[in-house]
Each structure stands twice: as C-alpha cells, then as structure tokens.
Design a protein around this ligand. Structure first.
Ligand code: ADP
Length: 456
C-alpha cells in the first residue's frame, strides 16, 4: 500500500498534522495552566504580604495576632491560613484540618515559591513566608483551592484530546483527497504513455496548459517521443534503403548467372559473365561493409581507439591512391606543401575518410579538371581542404549531403556507382575524432573541409 505516492503523501500529511496538533494542543494547555497559576499566585502573594505586614505589628506572645488571623480566615472561607513557630502550629484555620500536620522547618530562607498539593483529591495552591514577630520567627502559610480552575484546565485537555482523532481523520481524508487530485494527471499521463508504441509513435501526450510540473513532465516526454520517432524513422529508412541497395547487385548476379546458363557459351562469354558477377559481388561486399560500419557507429561499438598519429603519413598514402583515381578520371592532382602535424586519431579510419573525399572529387569532376589538397594548422586544430573543379552541388542539396543514402540527382550518381553512404561514413569518422566536416560548393567546384583537433 505504501508503494503508492498517494498513500505515502497522506501518511506524511497525517504525521505532520498530528505532530503540529499535539505540539499546539500541549502548548495551549501549558499556557492555560501557567496563566491560572500566575493569577492565583499573584492573588495569594498579595494576601500573604498583607498578612505579613499586619502580623509583624504584634508581639510573639500576643493572642491578638491569633484573633486577627482567625478574623482573616473567616472573612474569606476559601482561604487556608496556618501559622507555625518553634516547630508547632500556633494557628490553623478550620478548613486546614485535612492537611498534613507536619510542621515544616522554619528558617528565614523559606521562599515564597508557590506549590500545588492535592488534598483528598482536591488541588490546593499554597505559598509560605517567614516573618519576625516579636522575638520569634513565624512561618505563615496561606493556600487556596484551585479545583475550579483545574476542572476548566481538564476540560480543555479533554477537548483537545478528543478533538485530535477527529482532526486527524479530517486531515487524513483531506490529505488523501488532495494527493489524489494532484496525482490524477500522473495516472492519466502513465495510461497514455503506456498506450504509445512503435505503431503510433506520432501520438503525443496532451498538455493541460497549466505550465505546472506535470505539464512540464508531459512536455519532456513529448520531446523524448519526438526524438524516438525521428530515430525510429531513421532506422526504418536505413533498413529500407539498405535492402533496396542490396537488391540491385544481387539481382544482377542472379540474372547474369541465369542468362549464362540458358545455353552453352563460349569460354570468353563465361569469363565475361563471371567477371560481371565478381564485380557485383565486390560491390555488394563493399556495401555490406559500409552498412556494418554505420550500424556499429549507431551502436557506438566500433571501438575507434585514438592514438597520436602523424597526419602527413596518412595523407601521403591516401594522396597516392587519390592521384591514381584522379588521373584515371583525366584530372590533375595537386598536393600543396603540408605543415607537420600530429593528431589523436585512428589511422585506418582517417585514411578511409580522405579516400572517400578523393574518390568523390574524382567521380564528380569532368576530365581536364583538378583536385587539390591543402593542409593548414592553427594553435588547436588542423584543417584539411579537398577542392575540386567538378560539377558542384546544388545549394538545396548541401544540408542533406551527409545523410545516409543521400544522392544528388539520383540518376547521375547511380551511373557513377555510388550509393550515398560515403559522406555519412566520412562524417562518422570526423565525429569520432571530435572534429567537423563542412562543404562549400558552386558551379565551379566543391571544397570539403575537415577540421580535426591537434594533439595537445
Ligand atoms: P556516393 O557514394 O553516391 O558518392 P556520397 O555520400 O559520397 O555517396 O556522396 C553523396 C552525394 O554527394 C553524391 O551522390 C554526389 O551527388 C554528391 N557529392 C559528393 N561529393 C561530391 C563532389 N566532390 N562534387 C560533387 N558532388 C559530390
């Protein structure tokens, strides 16, 4: 039961309420009691002082003092008066018979502190002092029953005690009602969230427009749903594109084999068919490797270990291949002098990155053009710019260029044999090196700039 926040909130509410109620109730009761004592004590003190003043005028053997005390006791029947000297009572008003007859020690140090004694079940407040009467030291004690006040005090105590369970019950019901009201939207959010799955990822939790914590929670969950939806769409799209791309080479392999087997062929024809099959198999292998790399990148499990590497030696090897590709496409390949630089990186991945850029520069240029590589450094980073004088990329395609399977003008790219994964792999490599890749293009050509942090 206490797993529910509602029950816990109610329990806390009741506990806090009970503590407050007990503290306030006892506080009120104590204040009432001390108020009663204060007023009774004040009155007793006044009377005691008046008695003391009168008594000291008599001599110790003076019977007139006793007569005076008796008249005082009779004037107020509620007043209890006792006087003792030399360890014995010399006067006791008639209403003090039920009090203990033991005589307290009489010395000048008897203080006026009031005390409450219970006599035959009735509370009595008394106060005493000593006075020098003639040569003797008298102890004068007066008291007053405070049963009436006690009863009022008791009534208040009982009222508080009896009201407590009732108040606690009201608090419990109120607390439960309040937490239920406050948490009702949480249940609604939970029900709705439970109902959203892969089939209806476009649905969103409703906002109540109250801008409170629960609205913010729904808003946050909606943001999360939007991200999940985008990721889900990306994965679905990726799978669809990957299957589509794999279908073509597999179909070519199959058709080539089928046609070759239809009738007997010359050896040259068989070799030709096998060459086509081999070429498509290699293409499929490359595609599958690219897909695997990107799938691992998504799972963040490709384990790229960054160690200090000499960028120039990586570029030397990549440029060598780039030159071959460029020259095969009838292009001039130009390397500008490079400053020395060491970066934290993965040589193989970086090699692949530059090859993708050189391959694209060669693929998307017309013969007679030029591909150039320029490296510049500043204090913290190195910039590798691969420029070509190729066909250029339309401005509207630039924002999508690094997306998976994205190709500018499908037909043209298909004829070059690309599937649109090269630049997404390039971006992945750059990102694992904590760098960035940008592209700048016009009808005169394109420049891909890779910025990577230098080793510190
Ligand atoms: P692909 O395998 O098709 O080359 P990429 O991801 O490498 O895939 O490139 C995506 C698209 O970007 C290409 O289809 C091409 O249209 C365009 N592109 C890439 N590099 C260049 C370039 N240097 N010049 C012009 N277009 C380019």
């Amino acid at each position: 039961m206490f797993r529910s926040i509602r029950a816990r909130l109610t329990a806390w509410y009741v506990a806090i309420f009970a503590t407050t109620f007990i503290a306030t109730g006892s506080g009120i009761w104590l204040v009432m009691r001390s108020g009663i004592y204060d007023s009774v004590d004040e009155e007793l003190e006044d009377r005691l002082r008046a008695l003391e003043r009168s008594v000291v005028r008599f001599s110790d053997s003076d019977q007139a003092a006793i007569v005076f005390l008796n008249s005082q006791a009779q004037s107020d029947p509620s007043l209890r008066i006792r006087v003792a000297t030399n360890a014995q009572w010399i006067y006791r008003s008639p209403n003090t018979r039920s009090l203990s007859t033991a005589v307290p020690q009489i010395d000048a140090a008897v203080n006026r502190a009031a005390r409450t004694v219970i006599v035959n079940g009735h509370p009595l407040r008394s106060i005493a002092t000593t006075a020098k009467v003639g040569n003797a030291l008298w102890l004068i004690e007066i008291g007053q029953p405070i049963g009436e006040y006690y009863e009022a005090l008791q009534r208040a105590g009982w009222t508080i005690a009896l009201a407590s369970p009732l108040a606690l019950l009201v608090a419990a019901l109120g607390g439960y009602w309040m937490s239920r009201r406050a948490l009702e939207p949480v249940d609604r959010i939970a029900t709705m969230a439970r109902h959203i799955g892969a089939a209806n990822l476009t649905e969103r939790l409703p906002l109540r427009g109250t801008l409170d914590e629960l609205d913010r929670l729904s808003d946050t969950l909606n943001d999360m749903l939007a991200r999940l939806e985008a990721a889900f769409l990306r994965v679905t799209q990726f799978t669809a594109d990957a299957s589509h791309e794999l279908r073509t080479p597999v179909a070519i392999i199959r058709t080539t084999a089928e046609i070759a087997r239809r009738r007997s062929r010359t050896e040259a024809e068989y070799v030709d068919a096998l060459d086509r099959i081999l070429e498509e198999s290699e293409r499929t292998t490359r595609l599958v490797e690219d897909l695997l790399l990107l799938a691992r990148a998504d799972a963040d499990a490709d384990g790229t270990a960054l160690e200090p590497v000499d960028l120039n030696s990586i570029l030397d090897a990549a440029c060598e291949r780039g030159r071959v590709l460029a020259e095969a496409a009838g292009l001039h390949f130009r390397e500008e002098p490079r400053p020395p630089c060491v970066i934290p990186g993965d040589s193989e991945a970086l090699h692949r990155l530059f090859l993708i850029l050189f391959d694209n520069a060669a693929k998307y240029s017309t013969p007679g053009g030029c591909v150039s590589v320029r490296v510049t450094t500043d204090d913290t980073s190195v910039l590798v710019a691969v420029r070509d004088t190729g066909v250029g990329i339309p401005q509207e395609d630039l924002p999508h260029l690094f997306e998976r399977f994205y190709r500018v003008g499908g037909d043209r790219a298909r004829s070059t044999g690309g599937v649109g994964l090269g630049l997404s792999i390039a971006r992945h490599v750059v990102e694992t090196h904590h760098g960035s890749i940008t592209v700048d293009s016009s009808h005169l050509g394109s420049t891909f700039s890779v910025k990577l942090p230098l080793s510190s």
